[in-house]
Design a protein around this ligand. Structure first.
Ligand code: FES
Ligand code: FES
Length: 168
C-alpha cells in the first residue's frame, strides 16, 4: 500500500518551497533526490561524519537523521544558499584562500557548521571553532587549515571591506 504523503512548506535557501513527502522521508533525501540539491553530501548516513550538515532556523543539524516533515515552516539553508562561485560567502573565500579544501567531500558540512558558529559568535576562539566542527570529519586536511579558514572568515565578516562578497 502506498504511504500517505504530506504536503510540506518551508523556506529553502531564502525561497518558499512546497513539496510532498512520505512520513519517513529524511531531509537529506528530500534535498538531494527530490530537490536536486546535491551540495549536501551523504557520508555515513548515521550522524557520525557531518557531511550532511545543513542549517535549520540557525542551528546546524545532520540532515541524514532529520525527518523531512519537521522542517514545516522552518528556514533551511544548504551550501547552495550560502554563496555562489561569482559571489562567494566569506567562509567559502577563506576556505579556498587557506587551502582548506582538498578532496572537498567534507567542505559543505564544514561550511555549514562554521556558518552556524559565526552567526552566534562573531569572533570565535580556536577552542570554539574546534567545538563547532567537532561533528565534522575530514580525512584530508588535518583540520589546521580548516580552523585557520574559519577564523579568517570571521575577520572578513567583521570587516566586509576585506571580502569580495557583494551583498544581495
Ligand atoms: S551523512 Fe549525516 S552525519 Fe554522516
Ligand atoms: S577535504 Fe577531503 S575529507 Fe575534508
Amino acid at each position: 500500500m502506498d504511504k500517505i504523503k504530506k504536503r510540506l512548506s518551508f523556506i529553502l535557501n531564502h525561497k518558499p518551497v512546497t513539496v510532498e513527502v512520505e512520513p519517513d522521508t529524511l531531509l537529506l533525501d528530500l534535498l538531494r533526490e527530490t530537490l536536486g540539491l546535491t551540495g549536501t553530501k551523504r557520508g555515513c548516513g548515521e550522524g557520525e561524519c557531518g557531511a550532511c550538515t545543513v542549517i535549520i532556523n540557525n542551528e546546524a543539524v545532520n540532515a541524514c537523521l532529520y525527518p523531512a516533515w519537521k522542517v514545516e515552516n522552518c528556514r533551511v539553508l544548504t551550501v547552495e544558499g550560502l554563496g555562489t562561485e561569482e559571489n562567494p560567502h566569506p567562509l567559502q573565500e577563506a576556505f579556498l584562500e587557506a587551502g582548506a579544501v582538498q578532496c572537498g567531500f567534507c567542505t559543505p558540512g564544514m561550511l555549514m557548521s562554521s556558518y552556524a558558529l559565526l552567526q552566534k559568535t562573531a569572533n570565535p576562539a580556536e577552542s570554539e571553532v574546534k567545538e563547532a566542527i567537532s561533528g565534522n570529519l575530514c580525512r584530508c586536511t588535518g583540520y589546521v587549515k580548516i580552523i585557520e579558514a574559519i577564523r579568517k572568515a570571521a575577520q572578513k565578516m567583521n570587516d566586509p571591506s576585506i571580502s569580495k562578497r557583494k551583498e544581495v
